[in-house]
Design a protein around this ligand. Structure first.
Ligand code: SAH
Length: 433
């Protein structure tokens, strides 16, 4: 009972445009430990046993900062800012530092917004992300869903992380917004295709891909002392090591993006631990002709305390614009689905003296009266199973007598595009499914 009540409160908190939402959409302030301790008893206890007195002040004793403290801090921030009430992860799994992860999410939002004339709050369609290697905490989906209302497909190769992320989403009432899938490390295909292949909706391509990959290529490097002398945070071998380290991981993503998806996905992004990794991957992208011509590469830095991480994004030609302009309308529909929607739209909007008929070449002709005006609605030939929705329908005014027909035609095209390229969710609701 208690859980249900909490989750509906959470949904309310997440959907209400309020100061809380504004706070989620701007960089988090430096954590105020006393304020967090006041609002969170568990954090208060964790803090009390880890302070020391210097001069007249009581400060955090950094030598006592351990996994338990980090977990309590992450929980307190997630609760205070993002209404995440349940956050449990299996021991020895990476505890995500929220400010760093949040910076990455904000950067993605700014990339989406810079490609779109619509601000994130006025964008009407649902943005879908793919988080590769979501970890035991599914931290990016938690932040992206709460702050921006995005939906996610999230993947991981570690079954215990898939389980734990699933529990966190369930207990916070977010199962509908995020699908978590398990991918096999032995899978010969790369990370994007394995995640989509494991999804229940493989045709629903994401608008952006994000990843914080395992940094190292071997366990000796992962376990060696940090150069800056800080203690290592706890992590599992899955979280820290993969073939080729972060460079190898992201190069496989680049291959996947070049070979299979290109402009069907708007933004490809990764967070890297070293500038040298970023430079190596940029050189690799350029060798694949990404980052030249209309394709773009964007980079940024995320600085928190002593830690700097590097954000890398690549896109193909104008695709990002096309997909992100209005949140990717129609993305992932098949040609057949688009045709079905056009037909439903015509039936619903047909006036008494208007008729439409299917032509032999597959187009639809739509006419008013005997010869007042005629339009031709053409469909792209079925080259790909999943259509580029915006290019899939072409409407032409072929004949008209009355000059007013032009205005009517423009209006018709706008309404058709608004209706047909609704998100799947709105369309299903409309059809009463
Ligand atoms: N996203 C989390 C966890 C990052 S650790 C965070 O930022 O805190 C990297 C994660 O990638 C681990 O959970 C690891 O299990 C996962 N991983 C490693 N190889 C993978 C692959 N090929 N496909 C998907 N996930 C992978």
């Amino acid at each position: 009972m208690k859980r249900n009540r909490e989750s509906s409160e959470d949904k309310e908190a997440a959907s209400e445009p309020s100061r809380a939402l504004a706070a989620m959409r701007t960089p988090l302030p430096q954590p105020d430990f006393s304020a967090l301790a006041e609002s969170d008893g568990a954090f208060k206890s964790a803090l009390e046993t880890r302070t020391k007195s210097t001069d007249d002040k009581t400060v955090l004793d950094l030598t006592k900062v351990d996994e338990e403290f980090n977990l309590c801090l992450t929980r307190a921030i997630l609760k205070a800012y993002f209404s995440i009430r349940y956050f449990e992860i299996p021991r020895s799994h990476l505890v995500p530092p929220v400010p760093n992860r949040h910076s990455y999410v904000l950067w993605i939002n700014s990339l989406l917004s810079s490609l779109s004339p619509l601000s994130s709050s006025s964008r009407t369609t649902l943005v879908r992300g793919l988080d590769i290697g979501t970890g035991a905490s599914c931290i990016y989906p938690l932040l992206g869903c709460r702050a921006f209302g995005w939906e996610f497909l999230a993947s991981d190769v570690d079954p215990s992380s898939v389980q734990s992320s699933g529990d966190i989403l369930e207990r916070n009432g977010m199962k509908e917004q995020v699908e978590v899938v398990h991918c096999s490390v032995d899978d010969k295909s790369n990370q994007i295709s394995s995640a989509l292949g494991a999804s229940k909706a493989p045709h629903r391509l994401p608008h952006f891909v994000m990843t914080n990959p395992p940094f190292y290529s071997n366990s000796a490097d992962a376990e060696s002392a940090r150069q800056d002398g800080r203690d290592r945070t706890a992590f599992t071998s899955c979280e820290s090591v993969c073939e080729g380290g972060e460079v190898g991981f992201v190069k496989r993503m680049v291959d996947d993006s070049v070979r299979l998806y290109r402009d069907k996905i708007g933004l490809y992004t990764a967070m890297l631990s070293k500038r040298s990794s970023m430079n190596e991957i940029i050189a690799f992208l350029k060798s694949k002709e990404v980052g030249v011509g209309g394709n773009c590469i964007h980079t940024t830095e995320f600085c928190h305390g002593k830690v700097t991480r590097f954000g890398l994004c690549w896109t193909f030609a104008d695709c990002a614009k096309r997909f992100c302009n209005d949140g990717g309308d129609g993305n992932g529909l098949t040609n057949a689905e688009i045709r079905e929607r056009v037909e439903v739209f015509l039936k619903e909007n047909q006036r008494e003296d208007e008729t439409f008929s299917n032509e032999e070449d597959g187009s639809i002709s739509y006419a008013k009266g005997k010869d007042e005006w005629k339009m031709r609605i053409e469909f792209e030939k079925e080259v790909d199973e999943v259509a580029d929705a915006k290019a899939a329908v072409n409407v032409r005014l072929t004949e008209f007598k009355d000059p007013k027909a032009k205005g009517h035609f423009k209006n018709f095209c706008e309404r058709l595009s608004g209706e047909v390229f609704r998100t799947n969710r709105k369309w299903r609701r409309k059809k009463g499914k």
